[in-house]
Design a protein around this ligand. Sequence first.
Ligand SMILES: [Fe+2]
Length: 356
Amino acid sequence: MKTLDLSHDTSEFEVAAQFTSDGQINESCALEVVNLLDTQGFAVITDVLDSVEADNGLSIVRRYLDDPQRQKGDFASQTDMLYGRRDFCPLPSNPDVLSYAATFAQRLKPAISEYCGTTRKVLEISTMTSYRGASHQYIHRDPDGVLCLFAAVDDISPEQGGTVFVPGTHKFSGTDMMFDGQADFLTRLYQATCNYSILKHNLKTLWSLRKSASFKLDRREWLDRVFSTRYDNHQPNLFRFLLGKNSVFSFNLRTLWQLRKHRQTLSRYFRLVQTAPAKGTVILYRSDMLHAGPDNHTDHPRYFFGMSIARDMVFEEQWREGYSSHESLLENPQTYGDLLRYPPQETASSDLAKAV
Ligand SMILES: [Fe+2]
């Protein structure tokens, strides 16, 4: 997006993972991560996985993406999912996936445990893949009270759509007293500023893809992404935008006037940062901070392994609306404590019995 002031320098949000002999990040590393999560809302932890471990994650993800029977996510953006521009899938709770998820829970325990008690639910374990032609998501917040984890199982360049964050926009007690007591108003306004740029960017990109001889974007997809009134909060869908039907971003004359009036204040308080995590890096973020998954400008898919853990109790309906859980996870719910104790005793002892 050329119209927004977007930084690709994430050095101030990065912490290099350093481990103790029991395989957990050490105390100073955990303190840095917690400090970033508290002050900025997210932390980029490098070298959590080595190259072989990241490759293992990528092969789990690819194996699942190759399965025509896989469950598909129903979020952000549904139209991208329909046309194969994104492939967001909840992963099954099988030993491969649970063991991989447990690796992150166990290695990052000193930081994650500051937010998630052992009885808190694992809301989803998923993979988020985006391909050329996906829309840039609008800047949004995920449902409150969750700690989200994205693991880069492959190198991700900014052009492939590394996640963008608006530092310091997460919610906590007293948030509304920040930014001269106007935090809620100003963050909403900044979100709208970003989203006007994203709307323009998505329309421009869709138009150039429609005209491109080398990219197949047929008339039906074009209409579905620009003029459809079907539910999808992350496509331009101009009718929904103009009629105020998009709960993430809709047209509002008053907002436009306020944007003009508060332009300088917004640029003083807020900025947009785009991550480009190297293979083996983990991003932890508070679900309620402003963020978005950008579009992929390359022919190389962008792969993420993701996991979301509740920081508090979660109303079940909200869980199902906001997060895509695999049916095997719903049938056999896992807690953060289960991941810390993985593999479960029965599995460990039956493996031992087999070995003997
Ligand atoms: Fe999100």
